[in-house]
Design a protein around this ligand. Sequence first.
Ligand code: NAP
Length: 257
Amino acid sequence: MRLLNKVILITGAGSGIGRSTALLFGKEGAHVIVNDLDAVKGEETVSEIQANGGEALFLQADVTDPDSVKTMVDRAIEACGRIDVLFNNAGISGVGALHELEPDQWDRVIRVNIRGVFLPSKYVIPHMMEKRSGSIINMSSCIAEIGLARRASYAATKGAVLALTKSMQVDYAPYQIRVNALLPGTILTPFVENYLKTSYDDPEAAIAALKSRQLSNELGTPEDVAQAALFLASDDSKFMMGSPLYVDGGVVFGKNA
Ligand code: NAP
């Protein structure tokens, strides 16, 4: 078991990549603290981990709200004594070229995807500093590296998360805290399924176009990303610091080769 006895907080773990990661971490011996906005989905993740023989606890919080996040972290520390790994996974999509976006639409994506990394980190890091140990995984995207049509707000947030990751790593390296980023390509999750349904007249044709962008000719699965998160959460990645880890079917580098 690669995460035996580690206490791991995953935000947005009621769905998609967060849920798959929570299930894998549970099987690998972690005590998983499952966060989500939606209590029903979060509790479902916990039940599934427990049904597989793992340990998990659900803590509802909105990652954009300081009081809500602080209470979640306090309760996690009360219940488990420490947080060894923080996976800042919660995020939302944003569709539209810059001029098409209303200011409120822009603000919402910025708020969830950047503030939603800032706040859990802000309240967890002092506990990691005290223990002089920790691993933080920030969810970026391969869109931080490539241009993609009509994703202005989303791309801005994922680029910011990548830059933030590197800066955090410099600040917290003296405390033996590692901070790395995950950069997935297109992963078939409820987030992408919803985007396909609402943005295209022919979702099947859209999926085919997305597949053709990837060298793999397939979309990624949440489990593909969960395996990469497992590596970053475990001590196997102890020499990785401030790194972007691509899980993208070759989208970023392959097409340019
Ligand atoms: P998903 O299935 O929609 O899961 C995201 C989860 O985050 C949902 O359960 C959502 O809850 C939760 N969430 C949203 N806002 C929240 C908030 N304010 N506080 C707490 N939880 C909140 O999406 P996913 O595809 O697994 O994406 C997970 C992460 O990977 C996101 O950061 C996304 O940007 C990133 N990513 C995804 C892909 C992809 O192709 N799927 C590619 C690159 C990066 P609700 O449903 O209740 O809102």
